[in-house]
Write a protein that binds this ligand. Sequence first.
Ligand SMILES: Nc1nc2c(c(=O)[nH]1)N[C@H]1C(S)=C(S)[C@@H](COP(=O)(O)OP(=O)(O)OC[C@H]3O[C@@H](n4cnc5c(=O)[nH]c(N)nc54)[C@H](O)[C@@H]3O)O[C@H]1N2
Ligand SMILES: Nc1nc2c(c(=O)[nH]1)N[C@H]1C(S)=C(S)[C@@H](COP(=O)(O)OP(=O)(O)OC[C@H]3O[C@@H](n4cnc5c(=O)[nH]c(N)nc54)[C@H](O)[C@@H]3O)O[C@H]1N2
Ligand code: SF4
Ligand SMILES: [Mo]
Length: 669
Amino acid sequence: MQPRQARATCPLDCPDACSLLVTLEGNRLLEVKGDPAHPITRGFACVKTYRYPERQHHPLRPLYPLRRVGRKGEGRFERVGWTEALDEIAERLRQILAESGPEAVLPYHYAGTMGLMQYEHPLAFFRALGASELETTICATAGRAAWEATYGHRFGTDPEEVPKARFILLWGINSLHTHTHLTPFLKEARHNGARIVHIDPYENLTSRFADEHIKIRPGTDAALAYGMARAIIQAGLHDRDYIARMTTGFEAFAQAALAWTPERVEAVTGVPAATVERLGLEFAQARASFIRTSYGLTRHPGGGSALRAVILLPALTGAWQYPGGGALLSTSGAFALNRKFLGGQHLLARRPAPPRRVNMTQLGTALTALKPPIRALFVFNSNPAVIAPRSDLVQKGLLREDLFTVVLEQALTETTRYADFVLPATTFLEHPDLYTAYGHYYLSWNEALLPPQGEARPNTWVFAELGRRLGLEEPTLYWDAETLARSLLDTDHPWLEGITLERLKAEGFVRLNIPRGYQPFTEQAGTPSGKIAFDPPPQVILTEPTAEFPLILLTPPAKHFLNSTYGHIERLVRAEGGEPFLLVHPEDAQAFGVKDGALVRIRSPHGAVVRRVRVTEAPIPGTVVLEGTWWEAPAPDGKGINWLTGEHLTDLGAGSTFHSNPVRLEPLD
Ligand SMILES: Nc1nc2c(c(=O)[nH]1)N[C@H]1C(S)=C(S)[C@@H](COP(=O)(O)OP(=O)(O)OC[C@H]3O[C@@H](n4cnc5c(=O)[nH]c(N)nc54)[C@H](O)[C@@H]3O)O[C@H]1N2
Ligand SMILES: Nc1nc2c(c(=O)[nH]1)N[C@H]1C(S)=C(S)[C@@H](COP(=O)(O)OP(=O)(O)OC[C@H]3O[C@@H](n4cnc5c(=O)[nH]c(N)nc54)[C@H](O)[C@@H]3O)O[C@H]1N2
Ligand code: SF4
Ligand SMILES: [Mo]
């Protein structure tokens, strides 16, 4: 058979939403390349997704429904047919619904795929049942709440305008790991004369790419932003006209900023006083200043307020008025789709009382302490046994003999070990779907390019089959991807005008109708007042270690994994170093008596794990870093990093706090 080429959008939870050119032969994926025609992808993919063929055809990919035969957590299964599996799951559900009502059922899901049909639409089943609602807080809710409170609309500077910026702050983002398709735009900006500064507690690939790296103590960004604001205001470099025309609450913000003298900022953040002032002045004087921020600085108890303080800087200087200026957290709010029927949204409004809500960041507590208890758990597009905080509680909960767990997966992850049923899911090459993006403004459509491997089925097929067995009549539950896409595109919003499914099918990806050079927040913001909100002035809530646990642990993304996706691909595990290492500053290594290359026990209030140490000046003293949410097996003790992290939440958005966990080190040899 002749190899054939086709185009597909990468489905992973990554801002880039690349357009990929794939080579297929028969039922197999041979090769993945970046699409040169896509203005953001620009002809390259990434070190991770070049390895998708290994993932697609991996021995750990489940190809048939599996039923547990061993004890819970043992991971022993037998192959069963779909009919048998679905009949039995429906029967168990009927029993639980009759005895405990629908809120005893909980879906646990996140963004394993970003395609709206397989990502969000499966929720129609749970909403038709009246199940408990999962608050999807694991990643972006603190950032989202902070951005919405400040600007209303969740979008910002167009990445394609970045080459026009004159000064760029990469603030709390390791973009060379997590948003690699920004790099060509950054290089162009630099070629045009821009200076690039990285603000991060440890030196990483992005710091080395930047012209300057400012090492900041984690969880102190609000203080730095206030210090910069003070320098700007005292030099009279704030844009009074813009502030008067476009913002509210400036006076109180300015008052709050005045308290942050450079010396005080230095004492809190570890950033030298002179640097704080210089950074503020440079930001204002460059005018076309751009802040690319992300979720890193939000994963702290004060993360929402910190992000607000940071993204208010371009409002203070009026940077939004200059080409390339402004800020960007996410472009997702620009995709003004008609989401009324997506995932059965409309069913929520119809309910007599709001459903019970479970915060996904607190899954461990939900499975072990919630009353009345969760009795049925459906996991899809996520790997909670390793990615959720408090692995001790999560895994204890998953071990409950009275919890009925169904996991829909493309890989036999740690979570599947705890399943009563593992159901094989199709990959993005095997099902059609509509994709938005959160790092650019292109919408895209994927056709199914390969037949399902083995007996894999899309998430929505599984839930429709269960819906039929339970007699659910809600029509949206039975929609196919094309019907959903047409419904999503059925909107009068000018940015989607003329974008039809037919056009998406013909072109693959289409840019939203956002005019080139569009400068958001120069006429109106999306807040209730229509203005950018300086009010209330952001609070400064610090991340602080304790006497018993004097170091802060950061657990940011690894270059070769996408969260836990790809964690079983041998070549990527090797490229990432073979096992997870803990980065420790020489001062801290000395204080705790740990040596380079030696094993250390890292202890937090919640548990302990063992890791090999790399002594390096990369982190700011007082901070240790472990890159990547690895699978558990490669770790020296077979335990994931989330055995250490806590369920405490952010100030805004009730989000996760993965970079704010106090720990201590205990040498082992
Ligand atoms: N290669 C790769 N790419 C990915 C992912 C992946 O796992 N691997 N994950 C994807 C997903 S789901 C997401 S949400 C994004 C996340 O992408 P990012 O937002 O880039 O990652 P974060 O974990 O949020 O952390 C970014 C940086 O913030 C720093 N940081 C931590 N605390 C603070 C702080 O208090 N202040 C400041 N200034 N910096 C701080 C960390 O050290 C880290 O270098 O990436 C996506 N892309
Ligand atoms: N310590 C620490 N923990 C973290 C983070 C951190 O920085 N530090 N980052 C957090 C962040 S930002 C996020 S977003 C979460 C991410 O956590 P998760 O959402 O769990 O992401 P992944 O671990 O990549 O797992 C996604 C799973 O979905 C599966 N999948 C993909 N497509 C489909 C499909 O179509 N159907 C089905 N049924 N399954 C599919 C994949 O096989 C994969 O196993 O992790 C969080 N956990
Ligand atoms: S993971 Fe991100 S960078 Fe890699 S191919 Fe997918 S969208 Fe592109
Ligand atoms: Mo995320």
